[in-house]
Design a protein around this ligand. Structure first.
Ligand SMILES: [Zn+2]
Length: 95
């Protein structure tokens, strides 16, 4: 057995992304506890970091943004929230 090999059973576990509730934020989620999802989730499984619904990247915190383009509520990281809000500045210059 190769001593440098990592535990293949643990390596196989990859957290997915789960919507916490309709129109709610997304978080890493796994049915089995793993590195990416460590916190027990009340509805089953384990959750980890929030995931930005814009860039799909895990993020420390998410901001609730009402996207006027899609008329939807999005939970975005700071960068995506800034971009989303900038899209709809009222001072749009059009000739
Ligand atoms: Zn983002």
């Amino acid at each position: 057995m190769n001593p440098f090999e990592r535990n293949p059973e643990k390596e196989k576990i990859k957290a997915g992304v789960k919507l916490m509730w309709p129109e709610g934020p997304s978080r890493r989620w796994s049915s089995i506890r793993c590195g990416e999802a460590r916190l027990p989730y009340e509805n089953g499984g384990f959750v980890g970091q929030y995931v930005c619904q814009g860039c799909q990247e895990p993020t420390v915190g998410v901001y609730r943004v009402i996207s006027r383009g899609q008329v939807a509520i999005l939970w975005l990281c700071a960068e995506c929230a800034k971009m989303e809000l900038a899209k709809f500045k009222p001072n749009k210059k059009s000739a």
